[in-house]
Design a protein around this ligand. Structure first.
Ligand SMILES: C[S@@+](CC[C@H](N)C(=O)[O-])C[C@H]1O[C@@H](n2cnc3c(N)ncnc32)[C@H](O)[C@@H]1O
Length: 327
């Protein structure tokens, strides 16, 4: 007799309402600051998340395929170290594409908690995972992971926790914010402790780095300018995105890609009842993306309560997946 297959189990969205409440205040204060900045987390509305998925497919954007390659090659070693029945909490889960490989490899994962700021994209990705892994409880959480995360899954599951943080999203944080996020992630593992599988992009030649953030098809430029479109849509602003050039340069001293929008003309922009003047050549910093050495990253993680268990890289040492343990 055929048994009925277990149903997909997506729990109701746990919504901590990260936006748009914060968008207005953060955009206005960022544009009043010197130098001007816009927080990179606001790249990810529905349109921005789709553009990011297109970036991941680009020939120039080596991080995604390289990290997937490492994950596929090392799946058994990772699963053996993590052990059975872990609750997987993913920070900045996006399309959860890499998660498929991880969940396939792990022994009887206890559940999956994708956390992302991009609500619609998160809901769709959670439903896809639930369909692919019938019987696996999936608890989507829409939140800014910079805030304290109260995760319903943590109350209903006593399972050991594995924080999955791929995509080198950790590279978007400067040192103090990075330490704070790693510390909060360690706290998510609870008193019993847990593990983290984190992707970091490694320092490499400048040309390769800059091409990854400035592709010839202009997809990253569109992703960068979408931030202005989002501000127009959600805050009633009148940016003309085409009047801002996309720029991505590597700063070797800070070891980071710096992404800017550069005003191509003298212009004035209204956001609600506020006006901002931009001179030709004036820049808005939209993202920092730090690059690491494994040793340097591990040293910082140690200060935030994590110790290295395994470091996995690709043959060219472009990218690393680190398995860390709480100390
Ligand atoms: C670089 S993408 C990585 C996506 C996916 N994890 C991967 O490896 O391809 C960053 C992801 O983190 C999410 N994100 C960025 N800032 C966030 C924040 N402050 N809180 C929650 N999610 C955030 C974005 O919506 C996006 O899905």
């Amino acid at each position: 007799m055929n048994r009925p297959s277990p149903a997909a189990r997506v729990m109701p969205l746990h919504d901590l309402h990260p936006a748009p409440d914060d968008l207005s205040a953060e955009v206005l204060s960022g544009l009043r600051a010197e130098p001007r900045t816009l927080p990179c987390k606001y790249f990810y509305d529905a349109e921005g998340s789709k553009l990011f998925d297109r970036i991941c497919e680009l020939e120039e954007y080596y991080p995604t395929r390289t990290e997937i390659g490492i994950l596929s090659d090392q799946a058994t070693a990772i699963a053996d170290s993590v052990g059975g029945e872990a609750l997987v909490i993913e920070l900045g889960s996006g399309s959860s594409t890499k998660t498929h490989r991880l969940l396939e490899a792990l022994t009887k994962p206890a559940g999956y908690v994708p956390v992302d700021i991009s609500r619609a994209h998160l809901t769709e990705a959670a439903a896809r995972i639930a369909r692919s892994f019938p019987g696996l409880p999936v608890w989507p959480v829409c939140a800014d992971f910079n805030q304290e995360l109260d995760l319903p899954a943590l109350e209903s599951s006593g399972a050991r926790r594995l924080i999955f943080f791929p995509g080198s999203t950790i590279g978007n944080f400067d040192r103090p914010a990075r330490a704070a996020l790693l510390r909060r992630s360690a706290n998510l593992c609870g008193a019993k402790g847990g593990r983290m599988l984190i992707g970091i992009d490694l320092i490499k030649d400048v040309d390769r780095l800059e091409r990854a953030y400035d592709d010839r098809d202009g997809v990253t430029a569109a992703f960068n300018r979408n931030l202005l479109r989002r501000i127009n849509r959600e805050l009633g602003a009148d940016f003309v995105p085409e009047r801002f050039a996309h720029e991505a340069t590597f700063d070797p001293v800070e070891a980071r890609i710096e992404m800017h929008l550069v005003s191509e003309v003298d212009q004035s922009v209204a956001i609600g009842d506020q006006r901002f003047r931009f001179e030709r050549g004036e820049r808005i910093c939209t993202e920092h993306s730090y690059k690491f050495t494994i040793g340097g990253f591990v040293e910082g993680a140690a200060e935030a309560g994590w110790a290295l268990e395994h470091a996995f890289t690709d043959a060219e040492e472009l990218f690393a997946l680190l398995l860390l343990q709480t100390t």
